[in-house]
Design a protein around this ligand. Structure first.
Ligand SMILES: NC(=O)C1=CN([C@@H]2O[C@H](COP(=O)(O)OP(=O)(O)OC[C@H]3O[C@@H](n4cnc5c(N)ncnc54)[C@H](OP(=O)(O)O)[C@@H]3O)[C@@H](O)[C@H]2O)C=CC1
Ligand SMILES: CCCCCCC/C=C/C=O
Length: 341
């Protein structure tokens, strides 16, 4: 008999996740039936959506398993499509063992599970990052919505994170000039010295608007917005006529300690005067092209055109720490919880 551990919600709060907001519960799993498989979690993806989904008391009540995705080993199987020993991506939630296959009924349209494609020699955990959902977000969210042209100036926020670091590098592949925005000078050094960004601005230091003007003297043509809030408003105010904005996220609003909704700035005047195009998206829009996009990122990785880093937190018990690392910017690159580590 297999006993699974899973994280359930214990308390809803408006601010940053605290360890006492969640607890580990054990669950005895039944024997496998014909057509089922047993998956053992190896790597769990730590994404910003965890912080805001668990605030939604209606969709995620106390006692419900925390949602999330993982790379798991097929440990036992009575389904030839999911053979023992294969590695699988699964939308299984924060749990150590899962009986599949899951139905295709995710409310956000995420794929329920798939056997990982061949990543050559790259680690399986890349299937939660550059060769998975965040990599697809960066690739299609940027190329599809911003439609960058060679020589244009691109700005990306959360530039040293899982999505932002890939967006900036793809912009370089496309011949753009890239300005990355992130929260520490150390991250900036990595962006410029290792990833090849042209400029970096630490948004936590003063005079952001002036520094942006200096970094992008000819104005901004494309903005990949991961943060929202005041930083985004300043960026919009420096965009060129017919600029394109891909709205990927609003992380600046996800852990407001006061519990109050942030006040919105008026961005409409920039949209009107500069005739900007601003479009939000969910990565699940590209579900039909999922593997094609993974392959494109894999090819760039193999050619050395994309570089990639992981911030690994070891141990299932350290899930709350991993979320706090992500939300407080302790990470450079993709945050992964290594369940076996
Ligand atoms: N639309 C979609 O389908 C998808 C959207 N996303 C979005 O992409 C964005 C990045 O996700 P991901 O790459 O996984 O995460 P990251 O790896 O970028 O980690 C999050 C980063 O956010 C930054 N951050 C935290 N608080 C703030 C704040 N108040 N203001 C500005 N920056 C902050 C921190 O970096 P720093 O040190 O720079 O502050 C932190 O490292 C998120 O907004 C997420 O919601 C992700 C996947 C799919
Ligand atoms: C596991 C369910 C949540 C999936 C959300 C995927 C898209 C992410 C959007 C923003 O961060």
């Amino acid at each position: 008999m297999v006993v699974a551990k899973k994280y359930v919600i214990q308390k809803h709060r408006s601010g940053l996740l605290q360890p006492e907001d969640v607890k580990i519960v054990e669950e005895e799993l039944p024997e496998l039936k014909e057509g089922e498989f047993l998956a053992q979690a190896h790597f769990i993806s730590i994404d910003p959506y965890i912080q805001y989904l668990i605030h939604d008391e209606e969709k995620h009540p106390v006692g419900s398993t925390i949602p999330g995705t993982q790379i798991a080993l097929i440990y036992d199987s009575k389904n030839p499509k999911f053979p023992i020993g294969k590695y699988i991506y699964g939308n299984f939630g924060m749990r150590t063992y899962t009986i599949g296959p899951l139905k295709d009924d995710d409310p956000y349209g995420m794929p329920p599970q798939y056997i990982l494609p061949d990543f050559n020699s790259y680690p399986y955990s890349y299937g939660l990052g550059i060769l998975g959902m965040p990599g697809i977000t960066a690739n299609k969210g940027f190329l599809g919505l911003c439609k960058p042209q060679p020589g244009e100036t691109v700005v990306v926020t959360t530039a040293a994170g899982a999505v932002g670091s890939v967006v900036g590098q793809i912009a370089k592949i496309k011949g753009c000039r890239v300005v990355g925005i992130a929260g520490s000078d150390e991250k900036g050094k990595w962006l410029v010295d290792v990833l090849g960004f042209d400029k970096f601005i630490n948004y936590k230091r003063p005079d952001f608007a002036k520094k942006l003007k200096d970094a992008a003297p000819d104005g901004i043509d494309c903005y990949f917005d991961n943060v929202g809030g005041e930083i985004s408003s300043i960026i919009l105010s420096q965009m060129n006529k017919f600029g394109r904005i891909s709205v990927s996220g609003s992380i600046s609003a996800h852990n407001v300690e006061s519990g109050e909704e942030p006040k919105a700035s008026i961005v409409q005047r920039h949209l009107v005067l500069r005739q900007l195009k601003m479009e939000g998206f969910m990565v699940t829009r590209w579900r039909d092209e999922w593997f094609e996009i993974i392959n494109q990122n894999l090819q760039w990785l193999r050619e050395g055109k994309l570089k990639y880093k992981e911030h690994i937190v070891c141990g299932f018990d350290n899930f709350p720490k991993a979320v706090v690392d992500l939300m407080t910017g302790a990470n450079t690159g993709k945050v992964i919880l290594n369940v076996m580590g």
